[in-house]
Every structure is written in structure tokens, then in C-alpha cells.
Write a protein that binds this ligand. Sequence first.
Ligand code: HEC
Ligand code: HEC
Ligand code: HEC
Ligand code: HEC
Ligand code: HEC
Length: 215
Amino acid sequence: MARLFPKWTDTAFKVVLGGLGAGAVGGLTLVMLYMRTPYGEAAEYPIDQPVQFDHRHHVEDDQIDCRYCHSGAERSSYAGIPATEVCMGCHNQVWNQSPMLEPVRRSYFSGEALEWNRVHHVPDFVYFNHSIHVNKGVGCVSCHGRVDQMALDYQVAPLTMGWCLDCHRNPEPNLRPQSQITSMTWTAEQDPKGHEQAVTEYNVRHLTNCTTCHR
Ligand code: HEC
Ligand code: HEC
Ligand code: HEC
Ligand code: HEC
Ligand code: HEC
């Protein structure tokens, strides 16, 4: 029987198939590489928010303590995002005509919460708890970076298992006095005595068992 297609089409077919295969593998490799880049891990890239809330104004200019808005950080697993009422505690007086605050006023009067987009997120199979870290002397800046210099908050640490374990194997260099927990500028070099006291006082465990974080 005569060939339906000339012989070269076989080769073309193989090339196309090969290309598809390589494409699939290549695509997968690209996805895997992407997942490992800061972009895949959402680090360093700000996320859009319903209000242009700027930590620089509130933390640096006005010296409002982190815990005024994220009070959960020292008491519970979640640091939490402040309710509209917290904003309005100041903004029914300060800048109460600002168009930038229009969504906040709308939320306040309608009772509908603002929908902030999450920046940090560990997978559900990972157990994380703010209060233990904060109460054992790990400052916000160790995990969140210089929030006081961020226009829109972004993720600084990779939040990978390796990152958690790096500190858990040797947490001592990261410990600070309670009075400096929310300070963005405190360093152990500046205050070696405070640092040493913290190390002795907290006497932290080196928690590397799988069940510490996977329960
Ligand atoms: C006046 C209130 C206020 C103060 C003070 C404040 N924050 Fe926030 N913070 C917010 C709001 C509102 C958001 C949600 C919008 C955003 O992500 O930028 C937020 C978001 C964040 C996030 C990202 C949350 C997520 O979705 O993962 C981090 C981390 C954070 N704040 C840390 C801090 C630290 C550290 C301080 C102190 C240096 C601080 N904040 C002080 C109001 C505040
Ligand atoms: C303790 C008082 C206080 C609280 C609480 C507070 N703010 Fe502010 N906010 C200020 C002050 C003061 C300014 C002016 C800052 C400046 O320009 O240095 C400001 C400025 C702003 C601006 C900029 C307004 C403009 O027109 O430039 C926005 C937006 C804003 N705040 C949003 C929020 C949101 C959202 C919350 C709640 C999560 C909040 N603020 C909570 C005191 C506060
Ligand atoms: C040991 C690291 C670490 C420290 C210290 C830490 N955080 Fe976080 N923070 C995280 C991680 C991890 C998440 C994501 C948690 C999740 O997905 O459940 C997070 C999430 C947040 C969020 C988002 C809302 C929430 O509760 O999930 C805010 C706001 C926040 N942190 C503020 C703070 C503040 C303020 C401090 C200091 C008082 C602080 N954090 C100290 C690691 C840390
Ligand atoms: C910068 C240091 C540091 C980083 C980063 C860090 N931790 Fe910790 N973690 C500590 C210290 C210190 C303790 C307290 C140890 C103790 O209780 O003696 C702790 C305690 C814990 C506990 C408490 C276990 C219990 O007994 O309840 C959990 C869970 C935990 N960490 C999870 C995590 C996870 C998940 C991450 C990463 C997303 C992380 N940690 C990142 C320093 C760190
Ligand atoms: C200090 C906290 C911590 C400890 C201890 C820990 N893990 Fe994890 N683990 C994490 C975090 C955080 C992730 C999520 C990583 C991510 O999303 O990139 C994770 C992810 C994983 C995953 C999912 C695959 C992956 O790589 O993302 C597996 C499997 C895992 N851990 C197994 C273990 C085993 C086995 C142990 C004990 C030898 C262990 N973990 C100890 C924090 C921890």
C-alpha cells in the first residue's frame, strides 16, 4: 500500500512529539524554578490592598507600637489585622476628610469589614504560633524585616522549612529583651548586655522535632 504521507512526515511527527515532551519537562522545570524564586514565594513583592495603608506613616512618623494594631502577636497564634474601629479611633479626628480613607469610613458606617489581602502565609499542615516567639524574645523584625520602611507590606523571609529550622537549631543570636520586641533598630551588637541577659533568661529549647511544626 502506498504511504499516505511522505516519509519526512514521520520525522516531523517525531520532532513535534519530542518537542512536546521536552516542552512538558521544560515547562515543569520552569514552574519548579519559579516556585523557588522570591516571586514564587511572594517575597519582596507588595500586594494590592483595599486601602493604601502605609506602615511608614504609622510606625516611623507616629511611633505607634506594632501591638496597638497587632495585639494578638503576644497573646495568640495570630498577630491579626486591626478592625476598622481601630483605624477610626484616630481617623474620625485625624485626616477625617482624606479621600484615601474613604474605604475605611465606608466600612465603619456600613459595618462591612475591609478585605485585606494576606501577605504572609504558611501552608495548613504547618503549625505556627506568634505568642511563643514573641514571649521567648524573637522580635518582629527578625521575621518581617523593616516594616517601618515599607510603603506596602511585603514578605522578606522565605518562610520555608529550612528557614524555620536555621533559627530553631541556633536561636540564641536572635533573642532580645522584651522591651525591644517591636523595635525595628535594636541590635545585639549595640546592646550586648541586654542580649546576654535575654539568652540566660529565656533559656530557649532547640526545637527541631518534626512534631514541633507538623502536628
Ligand atoms: C496603625 C495600625 C498598624 C500598626 C501600628 C502596625 N501595623 Fe502592621 N498592618 C496593619 C494593617 C492595616 C495591615 C494590613 C495591610 C498590609 O498588609 O499592609 C498590616 C499588615 C502587616 C503585616 C502583613 C500581614 C500579612 O498579611 O501577612 C505585617 C508583617 C505587619 N503588619 C507587621 C507590623 C509590624 C512589625 C509593626 C510594628 C513595627 C506594625 N505592623 C505596625 C496595621 C498596622
Ligand atoms: C493612633 C492613631 C492612628 C491609627 C490607629 C491609625 N492611623 Fe492612619 N494615620 C494617622 C496619622 C497621624 C496619619 C498622618 C500621618 C502622616 O502623614 O505622618 C495617618 C495617615 C493615614 C493615611 C494617609 C492619609 C492621607 O490622606 O495621606 C491612611 C490611608 C491611613 N492613615 C490609614 C489608616 C488605617 C487603614 C488604619 C487602621 C488599620 C489607621 N490608619 C490607623 C494615625 C492613625
Ligand atoms: C518567628 C517569626 C515571626 C515573628 C517573630 C513574628 N512573626 Fe508575624 N508572621 C510570621 C509568620 C510565619 C506568619 C504567617 C502565619 C500564617 O500563615 O499563619 C506571620 C504573620 C503575621 C501577620 C499576618 C496576620 C497573622 O496573624 O497571620 C501579622 C500582622 C504579623 N505576622 C505581625 C507580626 C508582629 C507585629 C510581630 C512582632 C510583635 C510578629 N509578627 C512577629 C512570622 C513571625
Ligand atoms: C528567628 C528565630 C526563629 C524563627 C525564624 C522561627 N522560630 Fe519557631 N521558635 C523560635 C524560638 C526561640 C522558640 C521558643 C523555643 C522555646 O520554647 O524554648 C520557637 C518555638 C516555636 C514553636 C513552639 C512549639 C511549642 O512548644 O509550642 C513552634 C510551633 C515554632 N517555633 C514554629 C516555627 C515555624 C513553623 C517557623 C517558620 C515558619 C519558625 N518557628 C521560625 C525561634 C524561631
Ligand atoms: C521549625 C518548624 C519545622 C520543623 C521542625 C519541621 N518542619 Fe517540615 N515544614 C515546615 C514549613 C514551614 C514547611 C512549609 C515549607 C514551604 O511552604 O515552603 C514544611 C514543609 C514540610 C514538608 C512538605 C514538603 C516541602 O518540602 O515543602 C514535609 C514533607 C515536611 N515539612 C516534613 C518534615 C519532617 C519529616 C520534619 C522532621 C525531620 C520536619 N518537616 C520538621 C516547618 C517545619
